[in-house]
Design a protein around this ligand. Structure first.
Ligand code: GLN
Length: 540
């Protein structure tokens, strides 16, 4: 039977609960254990697919097409846990299931209530990951203890030890110990209150992970242990890491977290081996090169809106011993100031995915600049669609070319809805989603980067390259280097007469890992490094 770890958060949000949960998964895997990861989100949206990136950051897409919380990105980057639709549940999804059952008469005339019907459904969602092949299931609960909407989830996880035995469950609570400059000391009261709230519900945390700005000191740790009713050695400090998120797991090992978990759950585990991770951190700390990449997008202000893209750029940097400096550019600003003044001096330009009309012309300007000035360019999803529009307007001379997403009556719909999307009415989970096979054209840059003929990548879009225009693009020099197996859908385009100009309809950023950079990101950073060298030589 699988054992269960529950990670809750207290005091404030944005403590890095997702990252800490992923780090716990990583530590357990490094001890030879098999792990599954899951996130429970108390909001009412059925999934985050319909949420604005401004509110919730990026929507992370899985192979099976599930649109999930971005914390699942941390899980995939840090662990080998297989993720699926069952790895992310929201209040909305739980209620939807319960209400559907009620309509089918499955409750046999009973009054349907939060306890036990909603809580039973939550417990079933957690227990779905039980598997003889899995040693530990780690379930992260979104939100902060004390939120009204989180209560049914806390009640459900309170009950799980009654079903499977307290010794098979571990409650880890992540909190903040603020340092008050005026008082000159760290304050433990908010943590005491947060744990107090958990205990009122009936959950006694076994381990406290306390986020700190300054070192806590043993005295404070012991005080927290006493007031929160946890063992002294179960107060684990997790100080802010200014340098890199890759330091988090190493810090937790140093503070004994992996051993504590193994002991408390009575797991059979080998000694920890963090050498690969240490090697990675060494590379991050000691880069030999540096490149500047402009990311030209619409949701630039939100630090998490393109989370996986920033991560994938870092991974590619690690692969090439380079520090990647990201210049975040609001595409609308570029429309006013002109591409040259904003983009001169960058080594590569990346236009990420997105929705809606705002900022499109700025993205197109950035792409034109990259194409004409031979700056390496990487377009992703909407970024590819903009590259197609730019080429149509400037090279094919189709002046009003556009996507029907932005101009329904454009005379040249080079990007458009294909038939199966035209029927779609519901906005939720109705895009072309998840893993799709893409066949690569031998001899192209894409095939060279992947060193393969057949790849699988994750999608999340409604609009497509319009096949009616395909031959005109190809004749004018835009190659189709990747397409769906039936040849009908254009998945990758590139320019042969450019140092590196490649754009993809899918989201490669979702499959990049710190120790396994995605081949296209790696190729892009390699080209950016070459561009950087060239620029240096020109200024000599
Ligand atoms: N808005 C575009 C579409 O729906 C691109 C989507 C994206 O970039 N993820 O096709």
């Amino acid at each position: 039977m699988s054992k269960h770890i529950f990670v809750t958060g207290g005091v404030v949000s944005s403590l890095g609960k997702g990252l800490t949960s992923a780090a716990i998964g990583l530590l357990l895997e490094r001890r030879g254990l098999r792990v599954r990861m899951q996130k429970l989100d108390p909001y009412i949206n059925v999934d985050p697919g319909t949420m604005s990136p401004y509110q919730h950051g990026e929507v992370y897409v899985l192979d099976d097409g599930a649109e999930t919380d971005l914390d699942l990105g941390h899980y995939e980057r840090f662990t080998n846990s297989e993720l699926s639709r069952d790895s992310n549940f929201t209040t909305g999804r739980i209620y939807q299931t319960v209400i559907n059952k009620e309509r089918r008469g499955e409750y046999l005339g009973n009054t349907v209530q939060v306890v036990p019907h909603i809580t039973n459904e939550i417990k079933a969602a957690v227990r779905k990951l039980d598997d003889p092949q899995v040693d530990v299931v780690i379930t992260e609960l979104g939100g902060t203890v004390g939120d009204i909407e989180g209560l049914p989830f806390l009640e459900a996880i309170r009950q799980i030890p009654l079903d499977i035995g307290r010794q098979n469950c571990l409650f880890i609570h992540l909190t903040l110990i603020p340092f008050l400059k005026a008082a000159g000391e760290a304050k433990t009261k908010p943590t005491q209150h947060s744990v107090g709230q958990l205990r009122q519900i009936g959950i006694q945390p076994d381990i406290l992970i306390v986020r700190t700005e300054r070192e806590l000191g043993r005295e404070n740790a012991e005080k927290i242990a006493l007031f929160c009713n946890v063992e002294k050695n179960a107060v684990i400090e997790e100080p802010d890491k200014e340098f890199s998120i890759y330091e988090v797991p190493l810090g937790l090992v140093e503070n004994g977290l992996d051993q504590l978990i193994v002991d408390k759950l009575g797991l059979q585990a080998r000694p920890i081996d963090m050498s690969e991770w240490q090697g990675l951190l060494h590379k991050v700390r000691n880069p030999e090169h540096e490149v500047t990449i402009a990311v030209v997008g619409k949701y630039i202000q939100h630090k998490d809106a393109y989370k996986s893209i920033y991560e994938a750029l870092d991974h590619a940097g690690i692969a090439h011993s380079a520090r990647v400096l990201v210049k975040r550019i609001e595409s609308e600003e570029l429309e006013g100031q002109g591409a040259e003044s904003v983009l001169s001096g960058v080594d590569g330009i990346l236009v990420p995915g997105g929705f809606g009309m705002r900022g499109i012309e700025g993205k197109i300007d950035a792409i034109r600049y990259a194409r004409l000035c031979e700056v390496p360019f990487f377009g992703i999803c909407l970024g590819m669609q903009c590259a197609v529009i730019e080429f149509a307007r400037d090279v094919l001379d189709l002046k009003d070319a556009n996507s029907t997403e932005f101009a329904a009556d454009t005379p040249h719909p080079v990007i458009c809805l294909l038939n199966d999307q035209k029927k779609v009415i519901d906005m939720g989970a109705s895009m072309r989603l998840g893993a799709q096979v893409c066949l690569l054209e031998p001899g192209t840059r894409a095939a060279e980067c992947y060193d393969a003929e057949r790849v699988s990548e994750r999608h999340r879009h409604r609009y497509e390259f319009n096949p009616e225009y395909r031959s005109r693009f190809v004749e004018a020099g835009m190659r189709v280097s990747g397409a769906s197996p039936d040849g009908g859908l254009v998945e990758i385009v590139e320019l042969a007469d450019h140092p590196w100009f490649l754009a993809v309809q899918f989201h490669p950023e979702f499959k990049s890992k710190p120790n396994r950079a995605h081949p296209l990101f790696s190729g892009f950073i390699e080209a950016a490094l070459a561009h950087h060298q060239q620029r240096l030589q020109m200024t000599l």
